[in-house]
Design a protein around this ligand. Structure first.
Ligand code: PMT
Length: 393
């Protein structure tokens, strides 16, 4: 998809500028011709030399000194672009783009291009949440710019909030989408579950598990980017992704109810959620006093959502296993009558619950098992969806 495409990467003055070098490297490795333009303040964070080293191409940072290759006119770069990506995009460049200013190489390129423009903001949470930044982003969106939302997390200031540059996989997916990437799930309806359910013991305690929801969200976002209509039934508190119908739930019973309702029109159900298998038989209405010397909880089974769901659609389950990974996953594939099961190896610290990466084996009813190396959850999601596309045919 990226082979021989001209991608202009505009870098602006954010602490996240160093991540642009990795993005440039990924794009170059994928076959793109990466032309880097930088603002003066971006060069304070990362040198043009680094970007030149990564892309093997000249870097333009000063609009009055274009490199020989682009010296004919300084808008030549903008005209050659198949896609323009501004990553990281500061509040300042977002304001300039919204106002139509062109007083540095990045804003000039954006104003002069007819190619799709992708903007990946990265900044302090207060700057991001400031109504003026939000208005500027809304103006850009209304003009057809593609915004890759920043993520929640620890920011350079030490504070926590929304403002971290999006995962590079997400930016790559947006670039591929803008280049007419695969829409192989267009018209399909997918239901995805995510997160760990919680079963209340009393108003302040519950039985839960460490599922963050990252795997389910990666699946939902990847399916959306491939054209599917996605319903995400989630017990996770991750921020709501755009362009997806989100149904928040807490317990296994609530998740079952939401799944049963959503699958009525679905082509596929993908259950990445870690559902509690047991819940307390009774929930105490008042907080249980810890003055008691001991506490015995009587637990009862929760419904097996995937095993009991009715209807004609593709069923994909997950199995987080520590021993006999493949054999145990295969048992679940048969018992729950699944078309595909994704076996997670949770003995690897970089795989399974909470982390951004996963090491899985895809096991179908027929054919060879497909063992994948450790990769980002987004990459795993795309591999699963490749199989889903094949099975839906
Ligand atoms: O959320 P993350 O932090 O990104 O972590 C991802 C994950 C490790 C939670 C996820 O990738 C995963 O492996 N989820 C399945 C966890 C598991 O072991 O499930 P299970 O073996 O209990 O269940 C097998 C399948 O049946 C799963 O698809 C599950 O959603 C489903 N199930 C389980 C119990 C139940 N009562 N109802 C169900 O539908």
């Amino acid at each position: 998809m990226l082979t021989n495409k001209t991608v202009i990467l505009g870098i602006t003055g954010s602490i996240a500028a160093y991540k642009a070098a990795e993005l440039a490297s990924k794009l170059t490795q994928a076959g793109a011709k990466v032309e880097v333009v930088m603002t003066g303040s971006a060069t304070e964070f990362i040198t043009p030399l680094t970007l030149r080293g990564v892309t093997g191409r000249p870097v333009v940072a000063d609009m009055f000194e274009p490199t020989l290759e682009w010296s004919i006119e300084h808008v030549a770069l903008a005209e050659a672009a198949d896609v323009v990506v501004i990553a990281p995009a500061t509040a300042n460049i977002i304001a300039k783009m919204a106002a139509g200013l062109a007083d540095d190489m990045v804003s000039l390129t954006v104003l002069a291009t007819k190619a799709p423009v992708i903007v990946a903001p990265a900044m302090n949470v207060n700057m991001f949440e400031n109504p003026v930044t939000q208005e500027n982003l809304a103006r850009l969106k209304a003009r057809g710019f593609i915004i890759v939302d920043p993520e929640y997390g620890r920011l350079a200031s030490g504070a926590k909030g929304k403002g971290r540059l999006a995962e590079l996989d997400k930016i790559m997916a947006a670039i591929e989408g803008a280049l007419g990437g695969s829409a192989d799930l267009a018209g399909k309806r997918l239901v995805v579950t995510a997160g760990g359910t919680r079963e209340r013991i009393d108003p302040v305690r519950y039985i839960g598990n460490p599922s963050s929801g990252k795997m389910g969200y990666a699946l939902a976002e990847a399916a959306r980017d491939r054209g599917a209509k996605v319903t995400l039934i989630t017990a996770s508190s991750l921020p709501q992704p755009e362009g997806i119908t989100v149904v928040p739930v807490e317990t296994a019973a609530q998740m079952k109810q939401a799944v049963d309702r959503a699958v009525a029109k679905a082509d596929a159900l993908l259950m990445a959620a870690a559902v509690a298998d047991y819940k307390p038989r009774t929930v105490s209405r008042s907080k249980i006093k810890k003055a008691r010397p001991g506490l015995t909880l009587k637990l009862v089974r929760t419904p097996d959502i995937l095993g009991e769901v009715k209807g004609k659609f593709l069923r994909v389950g997950f199995a987080a296993e520590s021993d006999n990974i493949i054999a145990n996953a295969k048992k679940k594939l048969v018992k729950k009558n699944l078309d595909l099961i994704v076996a997670n190896d949770i003995t690897d610290k970089k795989s399974g619950f909470g982390v951004d990466t996963n090491k899985v084996t895809l096991i179908g009813k027929q054919g060879k098992d497909e063992s994948l190396p450790l990769m980002s959850k987004r990459e795993v999601a795309d591999k699963i969806l490749d199989r889903v596309v094949g099975l839906l045919k």
